[in-house]
Design a protein around this ligand. Structure first.
Ligand SMILES: Nc1ncnc2c1ncn2[C@@H]1O[C@H](COP(=O)(O)OP(=O)(O)OP(=O)(O)O)[C@@H](O)[C@H]1O
Length: 612
């Protein structure tokens, strides 16, 4: 299957259309390459074809390629596309050796293989954002001296809010790699009455270093430290040598969403290749993750960092209707004009000037009004008009299935999405909005919480006035349990037997290896959960619950449940863990194999639409 090294494999050129700019990317073989590309212009298309071309032309074997992107969904998409190309052209070599994934997953891969060169121990736990915030919250008194806590309370309010801010700032410090500079600038905490900013900056080094120590002690790693450890590994000559010996090409999609440390990691990996074979593809106009620390500078300054790099622009859009593209161009132009004074420098400083053109669309596809605007009195009126429009589109046969429609909102929290869900409901149009964070309103979750409230002897008196909403919510869960028990005798007897078992289990007992997860499985196999286990969506909700239980047990390090620690576990579970989870909300399960259920209108954020 491998061919002699030429610019482009005939196998690809005979199967795939490529415009001249795409051809320049796909046939690229040596040195850094920066591709700035508009939406739908074939970024992923070109990058995956480039990877396949390198394989077909014999420039590398699969294990020489690192192919990465920013989000998990985008990584799946890249993997699928590569497999599809292989299938189309009949490429049969094993592609599983290509390192495809998010930058985090690739860092984790290096970490696991070279663990003994890191401060981490075996079986380290990776904390998600919630678990990280919870860790900070539970150790606020260790991380912050009383004066600091007073300062933070004045600035940010509750302990949970303080934990959220500190989590964000600790991530930032790790991702921007600025701890040494911070320590140098602010060797000790100092309360500066004239500047809250300076006070905050002076408190951060101590908090960050203590937090890092806390992670190390518990053998935890958060996403930011995962990258920091990977970066440090790559600085160790022997480890770098071991990792680098295989690398021939580093290809990166969605480069506009990378942060500082990611840029350093990718560049270091590419330095393993003689000509610095780093190909980055992105669009600074689609830089959506600044709130997570991404910096658009990485793509804009690539040519300064690598002055000899080749640069290509993709400006032909293959996806959208020409009216949509024209509207988008106008909008971007207007954006330039709304920053008077900066307008002249803008293109070179903040964005590269580009005008997107539509690929020739078939006549049939063009003959409809692709962009329309609605005028509405308020959210509800707007939602009603949307729902009616969608209903009519289906009635008139312009769409065949409701899943062909998506509503993009800046947030899908119930406050914003509920009017649309209700309006669609009036027209009997099912909506799919898994990130509305209303996981706790699912009936199977309410029933489970009712069960756990009973077996753990939920102590109502421990709730504080701020927790009133959650307390009321748990009341409805318990009511649901009462109703279920009337119809499902086996649930009643299982609950009694679990309670009895906990009550008679002493902490030191040899048979005490009972965890909440054991009870979870016993409960969901009672007849009260039969219908939920049979329903794909509800079953996924139960799976999420079991993952949350694992996070709880890891975070609070409760190894078993007995009559001695029942009260403590009850408190930690309901009054801390579930309370905060309920407060922040949890997304529903999204099936990567079925991104949109058939015949459902999708309601999503713009980030989600960009494969978050
Ligand atoms: N030269 C081409 N000829 C025909 N179709 C093409 C060509 N290039 C890309 N496409 C198609 O255009 C669509 C958009 O491509 P792709 O998803 O790779 O774009 P993208 O720039 O990564 O999109 P986004 O801006 O959403 O990240 C895909 O269906 C792809 O197959």
């Amino acid at each position: 299957m491998r061919e002699t090294s030429s610019a482009i494999s005939p196998l690809l050129s005979s199967h795939y259309d490529m415009n001249p700019d795409q051809l320049a990317i796909i046939s690229h073989k040596q040195g850094p390459l920066r591709v700035i590309a508009g939406p739908g212009s074939g970024k992923t298309y070109s990058l995956t074809l480039l990877a396949m071309n390198l394989l077909l032309c014999g420039d590398t074997t699969p294990e020489g390629i690192i192919l990465c992107t920013y989000t998990q969904k985008a990584a799946y998409e890249m993997q699928d596309r590569l497999l599809e190309i292989a299938h189309t052209i009949g490429y049969t070599e094993d592609l599983s050796h290509i390192k495809i994934g998010t930058i985090h997953s690739i860092c984790k891969h290096f970490l696991t293989r070279h663990l003994h060169h890191t401060p981490l121990g075996n079986n380290f736990e990776t904390l998600d954002q919630f678990a990280q915030q919870l860790l900070i919250y539970r150790h606020l008194d260790e991380l912050c001296e009383p004066g600091m806590l007073r300062f933070f309370r004045e600035q940010w309010g509750s302990g949970w809010q303080i934990a959220k801010k500190l989590q964000f700032l600790c991530d930032k410090i790790a991702e921007e790699m600025i701890i040494d500079k911070l320590v140098q600038a602010f060797p000790r905490p100092h309360f500066d009455a004239s500047s809250d900013q300076r006070t905050l900056a002076s408190l951060l080094p101590q908090i960050y270093l203590k937090y890092t120590e806390l992670l190390r002690y518990a053998n935890y790693v958060d996403f930011a430290h995962l990258q920091a450890y990977a970066y440090n590994l790559l600085q160790q000559p022997a480890v770098f040598q071991a990792i680098a010996q295989h690398i021939r090409y580093v290809l990166v999609d969605e480069y506009q969403d990378t942060n500082y440390i990611q840029e350093k990691i990718l560049s270091r990996l590419a330095s393993a290749t003689e000509q610095h074979n780093l190909c980055v593809v992105g669009d600074e106009d689609q830089a959506l993750y600044r709130f997570r620390g991404a910096t658009v500078r990485n793509i804009l300054e690539f040519a300064h960092t690598f002055p000899t790099c080749k640069q290509v622009q993709l400006t032909i859009n293959y996806r959208s209707h020409e009216t949509i593209i024209a509207t988008c161009n106008q909008w971007m132009e207007a954006l330039n004009a709304t920053l008077p004074g900066l307008a002249e420098q803008l293109p070179s400083v903040f964005r590269t000037q580009k005008t997107i053109r539509a690929a020739q669309a078939p006549e049939k596809a063009r003959a409809y009004p692709a962009v329309i605007s609605l005028e509405a009195r308020d959210n509800y009126d707007e939602a009603e008009q949307f729902a009616r429009l969608i209903y009519e589109l289906k009635q008139e046969g312009r769409i065949q299935d409701y899943s062909q429609v998506a509503i993009l909102l800046h947030s899908v929290r119930p406050f914003y999405s509920q009017p649309y869900i209700e309006a669609l409901g009036k027209y009997h149009i099912p909506a799919y909005c898994p990130r509305a964070r209303n996981y706790f309103s699912q009936p199977e979750i309410q029933l489970l919480l009712g069960c756990f409230a009973q077996i753990l002897h939920l102590h109502e008196a421990d709730f504080t006035p701020e927790q009133e909403n959650f307390q009321l919510y748990l009341k409805t869960c318990r009511e649901q349990l009462t109703q279920s028990c009337q119809h499902h005798r086996d649930l009643t007897s299982e609950l009694h037997s679990i309670q009895e078992e906990i009550w008679t289990t002493a902490e030191w007992s040899e048979t005490a290896e009972k965890q909440l997860a054991d009870y979870f499985y016993r409960l969901i196999f009672t007849s009260a959960f039969d219908a939920y286990r049979a329903d794909k969506h509800a079953l996924a909700g139960l799976v999420i619950f079991s993952q949350q239980l694992k996070t709880f047990l890891t975070s609070f390090q409760h190894t078993n449940l007995s009559n001695r620690n029942l009260a403590v576990i009850q408190y930690d579970f309901f009054h801390t863990f579930l309370y905060f989870l309920h407060l922040d909300g949890v997304n529903q399960f999204e099936n990567p194999d079925e991104l949109v259920p058939l015949d459902h209108v999708q309601i999503m954020t713009i980030h989600q639409a960009k494969a978050c």
